[in-house]
Design a protein around this ligand. Structure first.
Ligand SMILES: [Zn+2]
Length: 245
């Protein structure tokens, strides 16, 4: 293929832009904020499970306390009723039976009160545990919002850089001959580098140094001949820096 020297040299600028675009894409994929966001999200997920478990423990303790309190209310009502009957009863036999029942009701009341104290302590412990976990969750939530913001700022900056490079590329692309551009694109899609400066007998893409016949061919080639590296196929662009003239 033949193409003017000026056209060939444009490929170096094009490759420069394409390398810039590749760097932008790489930076996008490897942003530390992305890894950080995944990590903090994972921590929050784990903490959510802990929050759910701790809420469950608190709810269970509260339910148990409620049950004890309603049992105690029933016992209190019966104590009140029996006490009233004792006061108003004229039957010695009834009074004796009621007093015996009252005695057992007071024992039951004492037991329930002891149990209530134990369960109340459990409720308090569960509440304070849950509150401290909730605090951790709030912190993680704030951290996550911060990471997300930094991630989006970094991505915005990269998007701007990409837009700038793409615009530049669009202008340059239009000025390169179609067949030369097609060859460049084909090589670039395949190997990552479409064109590179040939300097000091070396291909700038794969850095192989040509010797003997191969170097001779390059030296002898017309300036408008499009040369490709025998190793990586990249277009070897010759300029004043190439050391050939
Ligand atoms: Zn090469």
């Amino acid at each position: 293929m033949k193409s003017s020297h000026a056209e060939q040299k444009k490929l170096l600028d094009l490759q420069n832009i394409d390398s810039g675009l590749a760097r932008v894409a790489h930076r996008e994929r490897s942003l530390p904020e992305i890894a950080e966001h995944i990590q903090v999200s994972g921590e929050r997920t784990a903490l959510s499970a802990r929050l759910a478990a701790e809420s469950g423990v608190l709810e269970d303790a509260k339910t148990e306390l409620g049950r004890l309190e309603s049992d105690a209310a029933v016992v209190d009502a019966r104590i009140a009723r029996d006490t009233d009957r004792v006061t108003h009863s004229s039957s010695v036999k009834d009074v004796t039976a009621l007093e015996s029942e009252l005695e057992s009701l007071y024992r039951r009341k004492n037991n329930l009160e002891d149990m209530e104290l134990v369960v109340m302590e459990r409720v308090e412990q569960a509440e304070s545990q849950l509150a401290s976990t909730q605090l951790l969750d709030d912190e993680l939530q704030a951290k996550l919002a911060d990471v997300a913001e930094r991630r989006s700022t970094a991505l915005d900056a990269l998007a701007q850089e990409r837009a700038h490079l793409s615009a530049e590329r669009g202008l340059l692309e239009d000025s390169v001959a179609t067949d030369l551009l097609a060859l460049y694109e084909k090589l670039r899609t395949r190997g990552g580098t479409g064109a590179a400066l040939f300097r000091a007998g070396t291909c700038g893409a794969c850095t192989i140094t040509l010797t003997g016949n191969e170097l001779q061919k390059v030296r002898a080639a017309e300036i408008d001949e499009v040369l490709q590296c025998p190793e990586c196929s990249a277009i070897m662009v010759r300029t004043e820096e190439s050391g050939l003239w």
